[in-house]
Design a protein around this ligand. Structure first.
Ligand SMILES: [Zn+2]
Length: 393
């Protein structure tokens, strides 16, 4: 039985929160940017010694690498808030590709992500166990952690929508914060959905009023990676298994050789991944040594203590859950007749296609059939209520 309290290094079925923070401790987060106020907000926080997290929308981030660079230089964290800001549970229910939303955003933000994982926040905080499951299927999101929820909601955008002065909005935030006493606070440095409200964004003015009041009342600020349940996961390495077309797992044999002959549940099957950018990865086997070709064709072993060029591979996704690996000499990783892995495939058509499975997910697998059934029932009720609404209109 897995430990419910143990936070795994993957997408959780339940969001992370800041309730375990000590009293009067806040973690400030900003959603929906980057936009025209982002750099000024970041600088104001930096000058007040506050390290914030900016959950950026991929399509805006794509056009503002300069702002992402400034966030990085000011020691703020950059997180993933999808590419187009969809309502994810609905988006997934109509066959929307959430992995693509997240991976495209990653491609833009990766150079500015300073931690060894990518923090994720779902638009509107909308989430479901099915979404977590969907995202955990892909090796491309294996170093992600989330979703990150909050204690104090980011309703600043509704204040701006209703033309509130910054003073009143700041007073409301202060009341909400005092009520909670601690936790993750959300603001909007930009507003993803309501274009008409964007020019009315006064979140910078709000912060200039609120932050001094909070400091005066003895509040302290911590960064997202200091949230206890998140911090705990930083020691966890995301582990995974690869399976051949024949259904056998890649497993360590004879100390350094790899064979696609393993059965499920064998610790010798476990692999860990290091992302190196531009689709390059290094992989460690269960012996804690890197997979290496040592620059030779047809030689693939888990034998390298250090990572050099011959220990890196191009990770080529075939679909959400399957991959191919290409070695630095252009040969692909293949499976020989006896099951041994080698770097002998000269052409892609000879390459082995491996199925990826997140090992932590296999351990956790917490969504029972009954839960799935009740979720389906809920969804049907939701559809029914919508239909009835239409009829009564
Ligand atoms: Zn958002």
């Amino acid at each position: 039985m897995f430990n419910l309290n143990k936070a795994f290094y993957l997408y959780q079925t339940q969001s992370f929160t800041g309730t375990e923070l000590p009293a009067k401790t806040l973690c400030l987060t900003f959603d929906d940017g980057p936009g025209k106020h982002t750099a000024d907000i970041a600088r104001f926080l930096y000058e007040n010694n506050i390290q914030a997290t900016f959950f950026v929308v991929g399509k805006y981030a794509y056009h503002h690498p300069d702002i992402l660079q400034q966030l990085k230089e000011m020691d703020h964290l950059v997180g993933n808030h999808t590419y187009e800001h969809p309502d994810i549970p609905y988006y997934v229910s109509v066959d929307g590709n959430i992995i693509d939303q997240v991976v495209r955003t990653d491609a833009v933000i990766k150079p500015y992500v300073t931690s060894n994982r990518v923090y994720f926040r779902a638009p509107y905080g909308k989430w479901s166990p099915e979404v977590a499951h969907e995202l955990n299927r892909s090796i491309l999101t294996a170093n992600h952690i989330g979703p990150i929820f909050w204690e104090v909601a980011g309703i600043d955008c509704y204040y701006w929508q209703n033309n509130w002065p910054a003073e009143e909005a700041a007073a409301r935030y202060l009341t909400d914060i005092e009520q909670q006493g601690r936790g993750i606070v959300v603001f909007h440095d930009e507003i993803a959905d309501m274009d008409v409200v964007k020019p009315r964004n006064k979140t910078l003015e709000l912060l200039k009023i609120l932050v001094p009041q909070l400091l005066e009342r003895g509040y302290q600020f911590v960064s997202l990676d200091e949230i206890p349940s998140i911090k705990e996961t930083s020691t966890e390495k995301p582990t995974f298994t690869l399976r051949s077309k024949g259904g056998k797992r890649v497993s360590l044999k004879n100390k350094i050789e790899l064979y696609a002959v393993g059965q499920a549940g064998n610790l010798q099957n476990l692999l860990t991944l290091e992302e190196l950018g531009y689709g390059k990865v290094a992989i460690k086997a269960a012996n804690n040594l890197y997979l290496s070709t040592a620059g030779e064709t047809n030689n693939l072993t888990a034998s390298a203590v250090e990572m050099n060029a011959t220990e890196t591979f191009d990770l080529i996704p075939v679909n959400a859950t399957t991959i191919m690996l290409r070695c630095t000499n252009g040969f692909y990783v293949a499976i020989e007749k006896n099951g041994k892995l080698s770097s002998s495939a000269q052409f892609m058509r000879q390459a082995a296609i491996f199925s990826y499975a997140n090992h932590n997910l296999a351990v956790k697998n917490s969504i029972s059939l009954m839960k799935r059934f009740s979720l389906l029932k809920k969804r049907l009720l939701f559809v029914k209520s919508k239909l009835q609404q239409k009829i009564s209109q």
